[in-house]
Design a protein around this ligand. Sequence first.
Ligand SMILES: *Cc1c(COP(=O)(O)O)cnc(C)c1O
Length: 391
Amino acid sequence: MVIPAVMPSYARADIAFERGEGAWLYATDGRRFLDFASGIAVTALGHNHPHLVRTLTEQAGKLWHCSNLFHIPDQERLAERLVADSFADTVFFANSGAEATEGGMKLIRRYHDATGNPDRYRIVAFEGSFHGRTLAGISAGANKAHQAGFGPLVDAFDHVAFGNLNEVRDAIGPETAAILVEPVQGEGGIRPADPAFLRGLREACDEYGLLLFFDEVQTGAGRTGRPFAYEWSGIAPDVMALAKGLGGGFPVAAVLATEKAAQGIGPGSHGSTFGGNPLAMAVANAVLDVMLEDGFLANVRVQGEALQRRVGALVAAAPKVADAVRGLGLLVGIHCVAPAGEAVAALRAEGLLTVPAADNVVRLLPPLVIGEAELDAACGMIESAFAKLSS
Ligand SMILES: *Cc1c(COP(=O)(O)O)cnc(C)c1O
């Protein structure tokens, strides 16, 4: 057999980790890395956070799983907390970002069906977007590499340029059901939407009777310095997908919706075996315990501004390597001139883990608990990697 036992769908760096502590990861070969990847914006509280470890181990000794055939008190508690802290009235729990995004799409179809418009099923989505790897997800995302060889795609998406309201309005027709947008495109290269553009989407949705669907799988759960990134825009969506940071490393996702948007959902209409199980719910509640503490999100905003400012200065001093820094909170992208993959490798050689994105961008996604010491260490590594790449 030449195929590896693990199906070869990833290009992996030659490192394996055995333990983590806060923002640091320790490899099996003894090397130590500063983790500004966070498992791709997932380990929001860093590694081995005592409150998460305690909660998970306590719950592990009580009950792991029982299915949604029964009440799950921690699920009700988490839903109530998410509702209290957001635009939403109701929450469905899933296990991954792709499932949450797809769940939102299904809810949108059900809404139009329930309100007498079953012919409305198409969704306006954006070039450069990413919505997960299910068939509907790769059809909604506009990444040709993700779609190649997987056709026929789900024919339900109309793609327009990110940020162009005229194109959005032109794409709306009698079959349009919703607009799907990431408030900051993550995989697409950390491209923040102009708040005025997001407000324009809200207006278009209200004018044409569409639902506004925010994919906050990467931007939600505190990453941008607010509980959810939509809060920066002054408007709210009707539907929102959450995942990545919500479980701090435990797989958990959620579809949030207003009562109006969720009116088509009743018993039997949608489901998940694992979604919202007691183990996931205990951990996600514990993540919220920490994230909603006074000062937590303020620290994300402070560290995010400092990171962008300091990396901006390093970029200005290394014009052969990079030419711009952009982002929101601790969702930060360095737009590279040199190949971003080479920059990621050079940073890793200095001991800093980052994530490449489209548009030749290096993503900096530190845990949300970093302070000045981690920022100093990261900036030192970036400076020295940039110096080597410049020479
Ligand atoms: C990561 C991501 C997804 C997919 O999440 P999975 O958990 O990998 O399925 C969907 N949308 C956005 C915006 C993401 O960043």
